[in-house]
Design a binder for this molecule. Structure first.
Ligand code: FES
Ligand code: FES
Length: 406
């Protein structure tokens, strides 16, 4: 058993919980806050969505023990919230609910959309809400209700974002474990919106991609490999080999110098996604920058993604090493979109980058061997489900360490 102290709906709560009890059960069974509903209990349906440190989170896949010090807001805590009140009214008037089972989670996600995406159009709303499932309404009334509240606010004074989270997540960021760059290829991670390191110049063009709409997720990732920039730059031109440095990725057909088609397998909890798609690459040799634009879909989970990666290679260690700074902007749709606002997605991106950096370093070290290989082999697939356990364990470890240091 573990004793935790956290804030729930503005009240401090101390309780003893089983390490494996999830937050939704803790709220419903210990605190009797039954407004948080449980549907799938797999992080898929969104019924259990609530706010942790102001960001929407699936409480069925969040352990209560990991919420030490967190600020939790359930639907009961939004009784006096102005936007939640307008959304409740609009859901009622636009027939945005029937049985009401999905409604608490819908309202919490909708409130986040209203705060974060004041200019959202119908398509943006549908994408942003695609991680909340409703078995009754057909969604039309829900989308109309959110549009109505957004329109009201556009007519009034609140047409710019009022939520300090101008970028998404990470949820519970005040309690996230610091990323330990223990990998051989020294990956580092910097969530969008945090202050940049002093030597960090912005990439040309910035990270936001207007073509992706208001619901895009933006991330920054960096890693360093122990090879000179010219060598890394030359290797990046070999698209087939570079693509297969991504875990679970193999190349379809023969890549050209500016296009590669790939097959990528990712496991995220109960969902196994097998993405197939293509990426177009444009490089600027003078600036050591590149832009990768791609789209892929997964026929199994009916998820799809499209996005853009900008990268720049910078010299380090007096030219002996190269740091690769990347900015990613992408949109996920379908069942996997449920993860687009979660810390889990950032953990996946972080681990993907670490694995990519490790594989790239290994390929550079054995470059001659790789040149003689007929087909670069795909690195082992990434299991995001195990990453979730690992990320959670990291947070619990950080919490225990903080206690010990007190
Ligand atoms: S009950 Fe948590 S996402 Fe379905
Ligand atoms: S209103 Fe019944 S599940 Fe959405």
């Amino acid at each position: 058993m573990r004793t935790i102290t956290l804030t729930v709906n503005a009240k401090s709560v101390t309780a003893t919980v089983e390490p494996r009890m999830h937050l939704a059960d803790f709220l419903r069974e210990t605190l009797l806050l039954t407004g948080t509903h449980l549907g799938c209990e797999h992080g898929v349906c969104g019924a259990c969505t609530l706010l942790v440190d102001g960001a929407p989170v699936r409480s069925c896949i969040t352990y209560a023990a990991a919420c030490e010090g967190a600020d939790i807001t359930t639907i009961e805590g939004l009784d006096d919230d102005e936007i939640a009140a307008r959304l409740r009214w609009a859901f009622s008037h636009e027939h945005g609910l029937q049985c009401g089972y999905c409604t608490p989670g819908m309202l919490i996600s909708a409130r986040d959309v209203v705060l974060r995406m004041p200019q959202a159009e119908e398509r943006d709303i549908r994408v942003a809400m695609s991680g909340n499932l409703c078995r009754c309404t057909g969604y039309a009334g829900i989308v109309r209700a959110i549009s109505r509240v957004l329109e009201e606010r556009r007519q009034g004074a609140a047409a710019s974002p009022t939520n300090p989270r101008s970028a998404l997540g990470p949820a519970g960021s005040g309690h996230a474990a610091p990323f330990a760059a223990a990998h051989a290829a020294h990956p580092t991670h910097e969530p969008e919106g945090r202050s940049a390191r002093p030597d960090r110049r912005p990439l040309p063009g910035g990270v936001r991609n207007d073509a992706l709409g208001a619901s895009q997720t933006m991330l920054r990732e960096s890693f360093t490999v122990d090879y000179p920039r010219e060598r890394v730059w030359a290797y990046f031109a070999r698209l087939g080999e570079v693509a297969t440095c991504l875990p679970g990725t193999s190349v379809l057909g023969t890549p050209t110098e500016d296009r590669v088609e790939i097959h990528m397998r990712v496991r995220a909890g109960p969902i196994v996604a097998v993405f197939e798609g293509a990426a177009d690459v444009a490089r600027d040799a003078a600036a050591y920058t590149g832009i990768i634009r791609g789209a892929a879909h997964d026929t199994r989970s009916r998820s799809a993604t499209r996005g853009e990666i900008r990268y720049i290679l910078r010299e380090e260690k007096a030219g002996a090493a190269t740091r690769v700074d990347m900015e990613l902007a992408f949109v996920l749709t379908g069942p996997l979109a449920q993860f687009s606002r979660s810390a889990l997605l950032r953990d996946i991106a972080r681990r993907m980058t670490a694995a990519f950096a490790h594989n790239l370093q290994a390929r550079l070290a054995g470059e001659l061997d790789a040149m003689h290989a007929r087909t670069p082999s795909a690195a082992a697939e990434l299991n995001a489900g195990s990453l979730f356990v690992s990320a959670l364990w990291s947070r619990i470890k950080a919490f225990v360490l903080a206690l010990v240091r007190r």
